[in-house]
Design a protein. Sequence first.
Length: 118
Amino acid sequence: MASPDLLEAGIYTIPEVAELVDAAQADVRVWIDGHTGKQDPVIVNQLGRVGGKTAVSFANLMELRFIARFAAAGVGLRVIRAIMREASELLQHPHPFATKTVFKTDGKKIVADLPPKQ
């Protein structure tokens, strides 16, 4: 993966992201970094660490916003990870929750509202 242009990517810290997506910092940290030996990250972090801190891009911020909403609605992280992988392949986009695609949930599953194929 090519390194993003930091001037165009936007840079946010975990505390900033947590406030912007209305989620606990510990949850945001797990979504970004995973939990060693227990959980994989939910997103692919574009920026990694900058200046010794976890840095989050704007695209990742948008993904985390969706994840926070889905988690608050009761959707489990396994389901969120699975739909993220599936949507990434279907949409051919590395950040499917940061696209114009509309995703909906009933609290158990997530579906994408895709236009009909022509």
